[in-house]
Ligand binder design. Sequence first.
Ligand code: SF4
Length: 363
Amino acid sequence: MPTSPRLAPRLLAWFDAHRRDLPWRADRDPYRVWVSEVMLQQTTVAAAVPFFDRFVRALPDLAALAAADEQQVLKLWEGLGYYRRARHLHAAARRLAAEHGGALPDDPAVWAELPGVGRYILGAVLSQAFDRRLPIVEANSLRVLARLHGYRGDPREGAGKAWVWKAAADILPRKRVGDFNQALMELGALVCTPAKPRCGECPLKSACAANRDGTQHLIPSPKKQPEITLVDEVGVAVRRGGRVLLCRRPADAGRWQNMWEVPHAERRPGEGLDAAAVRVAAELTGLEVTPGAEVATVKHGVTRYRITLRCVEAAAPAGEFAPGFYAEGRWVAPADLADYPVSAPQRKLMTKLAHPDPQPRLF
Ligand code: SF4
């Protein structure tokens, strides 16, 4: 897959003129590059910027991150989603602090062993921070490379995936590798967009197969969409003496590990909301509850599931919380709910609980 040697200077010149001024581009500090790249794995640049600023203000370097409590890291990550990224980042920082003297080394072998560091993060951090000649592939650069070469297979799977990583390696210049990788991503984000790429403004247009053939709309081939499953859930805001029961998920839960939530679970077919609330409270917390008003409905998606979570308040004047599924339960004043790291749908729910609509309530 030959690539013209003139492409790199053209793309770098375009990048120098058009690059966005982003907080992690102010310098090549490996810690800031790493944090930003982990955030950007599943999040757009615009959405990541305020989270990045908040994160590095609170935890400005590797030592601070390694010393932080996991709950603080999760709280700083709250709203970004994909919390496994934050847990891995934290665990990797602790390992670098313990085993490598707190340094972020210019050594691919060390990075490859860190939790959460795959080929993308390794290439992104080491090329940007140390100018290592390593490729990166993410959604934007994948699109640019597939169009540039007129690649008609699926570059996300199997042989196509191997093809696109080789294309990303073959196109790398000898110098300014980190800038080049960023330029490829920036071009995909700003010019070679999924719909209506602006080929007239593109520095690669004279070498681009898709531009020559008019096949931009066909490349890359569309992602296979998973079949959607609808799920009805009940949530139970168990109240006692003006406080709400908040539960911490176990460290080995499938998702949202060690984050807090109002107990919730899927409703059985034909099960009424009140009956479901009583059952779920008993199964997950060991408490016998009397259901009351429905306080909120939150719709959200998790992978291929579209979940409708209907939450009812319930009174539990007596009885002890029993850890079973949950690792821990705490009775929390509504004003303090904001202090706990929770998922986005749970945050919506807790905002409702802390600031209920002005309507008659049972409790
Ligand atoms: S010429 Fe068009 S399709 Fe080709 S890389 Fe540039 S923007 Fe993308």
